[in-house]
Design a protein around this ligand. Sequence first.
Ligand SMILES: [Zn+2]
Ligand SMILES: [Zn+2]
Length: 65
Amino acid sequence: MACTKYMAKGNSIGGGRYEQGQKRCPECEVFIEWEGLWCPCCGRMLRSKPRAKKLKHKLSLSRTR
Ligand SMILES: [Zn+2]
Ligand SMILES: [Zn+2]
């Protein structure tokens, strides 16, 4: 799987993956670190929120740094 090289590291961190900017691919079923909206591996749209609401509103990415 090509997504493995994008896979998010730090499994020790409990929760808050989405908050760290990690996204989940429903196809590969992995958390990846990817800036884009689509999986670089399979091309599926990534989930950037733990619970997908039916809001099509653009998410304001909080750049905590
Ligand atoms: Zn993949
Ligand atoms: Zn994927």
